[in-house]
Each structure stands twice: as structure tokens, then as C-alpha cells.
Design a protein around this ligand. Structure first.
Ligand SMILES: [Zn+2]
Length: 361
């Protein structure tokens, strides 16, 4: 029987992730490095019922609420743990973080870019259980009482002195302040992590491979649609310049067997996932991910696993996900993927390089 993941798993997930600044994750059994990746936490325990929280906390405004100038040239330095908010977003700042005055606007623009590209929205369309991540990063403050039902998207900007991994949870993201430095990062981390959030605001988690594949795909195409170069995507085309992005793509020819990548093989999960989502979008239409998400959510697909039986639970989830993908496409979908890959991937890589050349000028 599956059990719900607990806080320990969430903390493990934080350790397993990696940020643009070069945090490298270690996994059990196998070690692999991935740049600029993260983890997505699925199920969490909670004891607050949403209705209660709404009733008690709606409209709470704390003394530590701050107003940002909105000016990209101005810098805001958090002198204490504090927050700011708009209709859609709450941004929490740990003491000491330094950000530009327009970051609320930047966040909303990225969210609206992702809505346009994905056809989804950030409303809480899926009733996952809320878990107060805020309390993990802001102990001994009242900040967890701001929007505890997670109606808005929560952005946590964490102490620059802490070694931080960027990661996403159902209600928001935890990132370093430099994720908001456009010249340094092109907002890549924000596009990636918020892709996870828009996914999970609309349905259940779909196995690491599908979750990460979607985030890599969606961040790439959203940045591209906005004329922003996405350097991070380069590694996922397994080009020779990116040995860290190594991926033995011949496994795709093994059909659905290749989908059964063990959790520890993080690099393969991102690479294979990106290719599979790209194929599904290209051949079965851009709403295919959404259809798979809906089917999985309707079926009550539950990506939980117990600590004792982790490998077998993950295997069962993968087998179930294969069936869900087939149900929304065709029984031969993995053979079609193998064929499509041989014919199309090199062309898509060239096309990516063209776009990079144009946008980098
Ligand atoms: Zn991710």
C-alpha cells in the first residue's frame, strides 16, 4: 500500500535538487549531476483543512508587509523577514535578501507567459492538500498565516548565505534572489519552476519523468515564444559541448521499456522526458499533456511511494503512467516515438541553435 510522503521526503527533495549556481545533487544508489534542475514535491501531510484556514486567515495583513517600488533600477533589501503581495502572488523575503524593485511584476509576467503557452492557468484548479512550506523557511514568525490556503502563488526568496537549491511545490517555488537577475539567468529558473507550479495547480503529479519533461519543454518554449535565449536547454539536446548533459538516447529505441528509468537516474529523466513531451506535442497535438494530466487526475493517479518499498512503488507508477499515456494517444505510441525521434531530433536541435543565434544577437 502506498503511503504519503512526509516532511523528511520533502527535505530530501531539497537536497536532491540543483540550482543554476551549481548545487549538485546526490541520489541514493546512483550519483549524477544535473545543472539547473530541481525537484517537485508531490504529496504532503497537512492538518489544516482548507475551509478552516480560509475562514480564519482571509485578509490577514501583517506589519511586516512591504511595498516594492516597481522600478527595476531600484534595489530592495529585506531588513527583516517580510513579504509583499498582489492579487495573484505573495513573495516572502528572508532577512538579508536583495532584489530589484520590479520583481513582483516580473513574476506576474512570467506567469502570464506560461498561461499563454500552456493553455493552463494558475488558479487552484486541483484540490491538492496544502502544506505550509513557509513555516519551513520562516520559523518563529507570523508569515505562515499569510494566505495559508495557498490561493495565490507563493514565491520564497531565501537567505543568500544559505546553500540553496531551487525547487517547486504545489503552491509555489523556493528560489535564490539571483534567479531574478535577468542578465545572469534570463529568468530560466523561474520559467522552469513555475512550469511545475502551473502543472500541479491543474492536476496530479505524473511521475518524475513526465513532470520534469514538461518543465524543461514548457520553460524552453515559453522563453522562445518571448524571444529570450534559453541556454539551459542546450544540455538537453545532448550536444558535444555539454558533456554533463550526456544521455544515451539509443534507449528510446527500446520502446516503453525505456520509460522505466529508475528515480536515481536524474539526468535520463530530464532528457528522456523532454524528448517524449516534445514528441507528444508534435505528433498528438499541443493539448496532449493536458489530456494526460486530466486522465491521470480523474483516475486518481497517486504518485506516492513508501520508504520501504520505493523501487517497486515507482515501477508501478511508471507502468500505470504508460497505460495512461497510451489511453490518450495510441497503443503503439512508444514505437512511434522511437521512429519519430530518429527522423526529427537532429532537425529540432538545428532549429534550436538557429533560435539561440538569433536571440543572442
Ligand atoms: Zn524541475
Amino acid at each position: 500500500m502506498k503511503t504519503t510522503k512526509n516532511i523528511f521526503i520533502i527535505l530530501m527533495s531539497v537536497i536532491l535538487c540543483a540550482s543554476l549556481t551549481g548545487c549538485v545533487q546526490q541520489t541514493e544508489g546512483e550519483t549524477d549531476s544535473v545543472s539547473n534542475t530541481d525537484s517537485l514535491v508531490q504529496e504532503v501531510e497537512t492538518d489544516d483543512s482548507e475551509a478552516d484556514s480560509d475562514e480564519i486567515y482571509e485578509g490577514v495583513v501583517l506589519d511586516c508587509r512591504v511595498e516594492l517600488s516597481g522600478d527595476p533600477k531600484e534595489t530592495f533589501v529585506a531588513e527583516q523577514d517580510c513579504y509583499t503581495d498582489s492579487d495573484q502572488v505573495v513573495i516572502f523575503f528572508q532577512k538579508g535578501v536583495k532584489v530589484s524593485g520590479d520583481m513582483l511584476k516580473v513574476t506576474e509576467e512570467i506567469m502570464s507567459d506560461l498561461c499563454r503557452q500552456s493553455g493552463l492557468n494558475f488558479k487552484k484548479n486541483y484540490n491538492y492538500e496544502t502544506f505550509n512550506v513557509i513555516g519551513m523557511y520562516f520559523e518563529n514568525t507570523e508569515l505562515p498565516s499569510v494566505d495559508p490556503a495557498n490561493r495565490k502563488i507563493h514565491i520564497l526568496i531565501v537567505d543568500p548565505n544559505e546553500e540553496l537549491c531551487n525547487w517547486a511545490f504545489e503552491g509555489g517555488i523556493v528560489v535564490s534572489a539571483d534567479s531574478y537577475d535577468f542578465n545572469e539567468t534570463r529568468y530560466q529558473v523561474l520559467y522552469h519552476e513555475l512550469s511545475h507550479v502551473i502543472h500541479t495547480r491543474n492536476g496530479t503529479c505524473l511521475t518524475s519523468l513526465m513532470n520534469e519533461g514538461y518543465a524543461v519543454f514548457m520553460s524552453y518554449h515559453t522563453m522562445r515564444a518571448n524571444g529570450i535565449p534559453s541556454e539551459e536547454t542546450h544540455q538537453y539536446f545532448s550536444s558535444p559541448e555539454y558533456p554533463s548533459g550526456r544521455f544515451d538516447d539509443s534507449i528510446i529505441q527500446n520502446g516503453e521499456e525505456a520509460f522505466m528509468i529508475p528515480y536515481g537516474k536524474r539526468v535520463d529523466i530530464y532528457h528522456y522526458g523532454f524528448r517524449l513531451i516534445t514528441f507528444l506535442d508534435d505528433v498528438y497535438g499541443e493539448d496532449t499533456f493536458e489530456k494526460i494530466l486530466k486522465e491521470a487526475t480523474d483516475r486518481g493517479f497517486d504518485e506516492g511511494y513508501s520508504d520501504e518499498n520505493e523501487k517497486e512503488d515507482i515501477r508501478q507508477d511508471q507502468l500505470e503512467m504508460i497505460e495512461i499515456i497510451k489511453s490518450q494517444t495510441s497503443d503503439d505510441v512508444f514505437e512511434e516515438f522511437a521512429e519519430w525521434y530518429e527522423l526529427n531530433w537532429d532537425k529540432l536541435y538545428e532549429d534550436y541553435l538557429d533560435y539561440m543565434e538569433k536571440t543572442n544577437q
